[in-house]
Design a protein around this ligand. Structure first.
Ligand code: SF4
Length: 249
């Protein structure tokens, strides 16, 4: 089996509660969504860019698509110093490649890697098919007032409930813009509580300037939203994308 990847590199995790940990990122091509704040080229690429020396900005290119054997070998090469805490599967949407992941993940778990899945959080069946090999799920709940796409809440709730049913660690990321509707935000908070429980960790991630929008929320907005969400879900933090501040991958 083969798949299309865009990048493989080692860097610090820039988002969420594991911020600052060293992760090895495997970025998959392709996404089923079109968020207005997307900062990633999700198109299929002819080659995979591989940064063998972390932070160097020098990339080797390997032709796409890659077999599972090829990817495992490249991961071992990038992690030759064994200094990455986890393998971060990111995209695009890695769950669109669930069949490939079903072949890849047992191999990585056999190498004793911890698997961290970054996902839009709306493909519950695909998640279920690979969840036995996943250690941490970083899932989004997408607000229509922010993404400018139709809401997909039932899929998000089913996704979160699947993590709970399988007792897999999960946190929810909410990317919020200046255009966030507070009513929608509170509907989301209640949905998270119902599907994931009151103690579900929620990370509010302020949107940064993107190609299609510059509706960056103010500090006053973020603090007000944190207070409101905390009334429903006490474990809510505001964490920006820190890797961008450091101009790192
Ligand atoms: S789900 Fe992620 S990769 Fe896909 S369009 Fe939205 S931000 Fe971009």
């Amino acid at each position: 089996m083969k798949t299309y990847l865009s990048e493989i590199f080692s860097s610090v995790q820039g988002e969420g509660p594991y911020v600052g940990e060293r992760h090895l990122f495997v970025r998959f091509c392709g996404c089923h969504r079109d968020c207005i704040f997307c900062d990633t080229n999700t198109d299929r690429t002819e080659t995979v860019l591989i940064e063998m020396e972390p932070g160097s900005g020098n990339f080797e290119q390997v032709p796409n698509p890659l077999t599972v054997d090829q990817l495992v070998e490249l991961i071992k090469q990038v992690d030759r110093k064994k200094n990455n805490r986890r393998i971060s599967l990111t995209g695009g949407a890695p769950l669109l490649q669930a069949h490939y992941l079903r072949e890849l993940l047992p191999r990585l778990c056999g190498e004793e890697y911890s698997i961290y899945l970054e996902t839009a959080g709306d493909l519950p069946q695909q998640l279920k098919s690979i969840i036995e090999w996943v250690d941490v799920v970083a899932m989004d709940v997408k607000l229509a007032s922010v993404t400018k796409e139709p809401a997909t809440f039932p899929a998000h709730w089913q996704f979160l409930k699947t993590c709970r049913d399988f007792d897999v660690e999960v946190f929810v990321k909410l990317v919020l813009s200046a255009e966030t509707h507070e009513g929608e935000l509170m509907e989301v908070a209640k949905g998270i509580r119902k599907a994931g429980g009151e103690n579900t960790l929620v990370v509010i991630q302020p949107m940064t300037k993107a190609e299609k929008t510059d509706a960056v929320p103010t500090g006053e907005q973020l603090l007000r939203w944190q207070d409101k969400v905390a009334g429903v879900l006490p474990n809510v933090r505001v964490i920006p994308q820190t890797h961008k501040m450091m101009e790192m991958l």
